[in-house]
Design a protein around this ligand. Structure first.
Ligand SMILES: Cc1cc2nc3c(=O)[nH]c(=O)nc-3n(C[C@H](O)[C@H](O)[C@H](O)COP(=O)(O)OP(=O)(O)OC[C@H]3O[C@@H](n4cnc5c(N)ncnc54)[C@H](O)[C@@H]3O)c2cc1C
Length: 305
C-alpha cells in the first residue's frame, strides 16, 4: 500500500499524467471530491451541506503560480469568494495554500496577499485557514502565520501535520499565540529523515498533538476521518471538561459523509472542506494516494464511460 501511495503521489507531479487525467475529466472521478469547476457550481453544494447542519470551507484549487500577476488574479478570486459567501449567507470560510499566493516566488508577496485576504475576510466577519503544504514550505508558512497574529489578526488559522517529527515542537512554539489550529496526519510524500513512514507512528503522534492542543487554550480543528481518533477526542474532551466550542471535526467533501452527519446528530460541529476549480488534478491525486482503493472507483467510472 505504501508503495502504491508513493507511486500515486509521484504521479501527482507528472505533467503527462496530468494531461491524461484532465482529459478524461471531472465527471470520471474528481466530481466525488470537488464541488465543481466554478464558484457558481460550488455554491449550491455548499448550501446543501449547510442545510444538513454541516459547516463548510472552500478553496479555489491551484498551487503553483508563475508570477506576481497570477497571484493577483488568485487574490481577486478569493475576494470574490468571500463576497459571495457573505451575500449568500453561507456558513463557509476559506482555506488556501500559500504557494497559490506566491510563496515559492517571494515570501513577502505571499504575506502581503494573505494579509489583504485576511483583512477582507475580517470585514466580512469571516476566517481564513492557511493549509499546510510540502515540508519545504513549513518554516515560511508558520512565519507568515505568526506575523499576521502578532500584527493583531485573529481571524486566521494554521495547520500542523502529525507525520512530521517537528510538529510537536511547532505546536509548543505556537501555543502562546492561543492559535486556531487544524491537526492533520499529512498528505504529501516526505522522506523518512523528517516524517514517520509508519502509519501507527503517525497516529500516535496525532494523539499527542491532539491532547496537547485541546488541553491548551486555543481552538482545535480535528481534521481526520479516523473514527478512533474522533472518539478519542470526544472522550478526552469530556474527561477534561473541555467545551465542544473549543474544537470541531473537519472532513473532506466526498469522504465519510455518514460519519459527518452522525457527529452533527450527536451535537458536534463538523466542517466539510469543499474545494472547487478547474485545477483539481493534484488534489484528486492526494485523495487517491490516501486510499488507493479509490483508484478502483475511478477505473469503474472509466469503464462505464
Ligand atoms: C479538512 C481536512 C483538511 C486537510 N488539510 C490538510 C493540509 O492542510 N495539509 C495536509 O498535508 N493534509 C491535509 N489533509 C489531509 C490529511 O493530511 C490526510 O491525508 C487525510 O485526512 C487522510 O487521513 P485521515 O486522517 O483521514 O486518516 P486515515 O487513517 O488515512 O484514514 C481514516 C479513515 O478514513 C478513510 N479515508 C481517508 N482518506 C480517504 C480518501 N481519500 N478516500 C476515502 N476514504 C478515505 C480511510 O479509508 C480510513 O477508513 C486534510 C484533511 C482534512 C480532513
Amino acid at each position: 500500500m505504501s508503495i502504491l501511495r508513493s507511486l500515486i503521489l509521484a504521479a501527482a507531479d507528472s505533467p503527462r499524467m496530468q494531461r491524461f487525467v484532465q482529459r478524461y475529466g471531472f465527471r470520471l472521478g474528481a466530481a466525488r471530491f470537488v464541488a465543481g469547476e466554478s464558484l457558481d457550481a460550488a455554491v449550491p453544494v455548499l448550501r446543501r451541506l449547510n442545510e444538513q447542519g454541516l459547516l463548510t470551507n472552500t478553496t479555489l484549487l491551484g498551487e503553483g503560480v508563475r508570477d506576481e500577476a497570477e497571484t493577483r488574479a488568485v487574490v481577486d478570486a478569493y475576494r470574490g469568494v468571500l463576497d459571495r459567501i457573505h451575500t449568500e449567507s453561507l456558513r463557509t470560510n476559506v482555506a488556501l495554500k500559500l504557494t497559490h499566493l506566491g510563496l515559492s516566488i517571494d515570501e513577502e508577496l505571499a504575506l502581503r496577499n494573505l494579509a489583504e485576504l485576511v483583512e477582507h475576510a475580517s470585514r466580512r466577519e469571516n476566517f481564513v485557514r492557511i493549509d499546510m503544504e510540502e515540508s519545504r514550505h513549513v518554516d515560511a508558512t508558520l512565519r507568515i502565520y505568526r506575523r499576521l497574529r502578532e500584527g493583531g489578526h485573529e481571524n486566521v488559522g494554521a495547520v500542523l501535520q502529525a507525520y512530521l517529527f517537528r510538529a510537536e515542537a511547532d505546536l509548543a512554539a505556537l501555543l502562546p499565540l492561543t492559535p486556531n489550529l487544524r491537526l492533520v496526519k499529512g498528505a504529501y510524500l516526505e522522506p523518512a529523515e523528517i516524517a514517520y513512514p509508519r502509519k501507527r507512528d503517525v497516529d500516535a503522534a496525532y494523539v499527542r498533538l491532539l491532547e496537547t492542543s485541546l488541553a491548551a487554550g486555543g481552538f482545535t480543528a480535528v481534521a481526520t476521518h479516523d473514527e478512533t481518533l474522533i472518539e478519542h477526542t470526544i472522550a478526552f474532551a469530556r474527561q477534561r471538561g473541555i467545551s465542544p466550542e473549543r474544537f470541531q471535526f473537519q472532513m473532506l467533501y466526498g469522504i465519510a459523509s455518514g460519519l459527518q452527519l452522525d457527529l452533527v446528530r450527536r451535537g458536534f460541529d463538523v466542517l466539510v472542506a469543499t474545494p472547487y476549480g478547474p485545477e483539481w488534478y493534484r488534489y484528486l491525486m492526494r485523495r487517491l494516494a490516501e486510499r488507493p482503493a479509490n483508484l478502483l472507483f475511478l477505473l469503474r467510472n472509466l469503464v462505464r464511460g
